[in-house]
Design a protein around this ligand. Structure first.
Ligand code: AMP
Ligand code: MG
Length: 289
């Protein structure tokens, strides 16, 4: 069989092969690997186009149900070190569906106003409405990542947040939100290459933040902080996945697959028309022209 044969694809579903309980610790995870997938870049790109259509269909189904009053939604949480490609996922996976059905939010350093509230305040306000797919580019997990690494609040305070997050996510799930959490894992070498490119290209300077180099100095501390969220906040109801991010084509394909399985899990049907279809057919048939 040829290398680009359609037979090459997922050997193990992404939802299984990428789950943190399967991948092992982040510190030993290979950011250039393609767990569960035996195809190459060409096959991966082809498959993304095909699966993108499935994703778009499922998203339309979710949106239609939302319009009919269904409160269910999907929330995709994206985390990852600088340059891991969170923005690329928003563009290339989010870009596969009707933008009307998306609720995209990025979370930067908290504003003075946000700091006057508890850390989940800004998160609550950004949750997707029924029928929507929410995408968080960074999330409430920042409050146990940089905040933990730099002790931006005392340890006694950030320690409590894991349980607060678990409770928050349990409530969300109980209220109809399907949560999938993706940590994009980039290697140090690939991060260096991407930072170099940002400096070499004037059209990428806007993405370059000198502070990212300082954060890179805390790499191992970040790995530890990430491992802590996987150990303490991974649950069948709100699972964490490791997304190898050195190969962008694979990261996109993987997140697309995870979204598809989340949407399929909702087992949605097209909502029933709230009008008399037969009567409307007669009225339309009777129209002149
Ligand atoms: P970017 O995603 O490149 O726009 O960068 C956003 C920056 O805000 C990153 O350095 C994040 O770590 C930082 N950030 C986001 N949320 C928090 C938070 N709750 N506490 C501290 N820093 C945060
Ligand atoms: Mg940045």
């Amino acid at each position: 069989m040829g290398k680009h044969d359609a037979a090459h694809g997922w050997i193990t579903p992404a939802a299984r092969s990428l789950r943190v309980t399967e991948t092992g610790p982040i510190a030993e995870f290979d950011p250039a690997s393609t767990p569960g997938f035996d195809g190459d870049k060409v096959r991966g790109a082809d498959l993304l186009v095909e699966r993108g259509e499935t994703l778009a269909d499922l998203q339309e189904l979710l949106y239609a149900n939302g319009r009919a009053g269904d409160h269910r939604s999907v929330l995709l949480v994206l985390q990852g070190m600088d340059t891991a490609g969170k923005g690329g996922i928003v563009r290339h996976v989010g870009g596969l569906v009707d933008p009307q059905g998306l609720a995209i939010r990025g979370f930067g350093k908290p504003t003075p106003e946000e700091l006057h509230h508890d850390f989940l305040w800004r998160i609550h306000r950004a949750l997707p409405a029924g029928g929507r797919i929410g995408i968080f580019d960074r999330s409430h997990y920042e409050d146990v990542l940089p905040v933990r690494v730099h002790n931006l609040v005392p340890q006694a305070e950030w320690e409590k947040r894991y349980e607060i997050i678990n409770r928050f996510e349990r409530d969300l799930v109980a209220n109809g939100t399907t949560i999938i959490k993706c940590a994009m894992v980039v290697s140090k070498a690939e991060q260096k290459a991407r930072l170099t490119e940002r400096l070499d290209r004037p059209d990428k300077h806007w993405k370059y933040n000198p502070g990212d180099i300082d954060e890179r100095g805390f790499w191992d501390e970040y790995l530890e902080a990430y491992q802590a969220i996987f150990d303490r906040c991974d649950d069948d109801q709100a699972p964490w996945f490791l997304i190898p991010a050195d190969r962008k084509w694979f990261a996109r394909l993987a997140v697309c697959e995870l979204l598809i399985s989340a949407l399929e899990g909702l087992e949605l049907d097209w909502p029933k028309a709230d009008f008399d279809v037969e009567a409307e057919k007669r009225r339309v048939a009777a129209l002149t022209e």
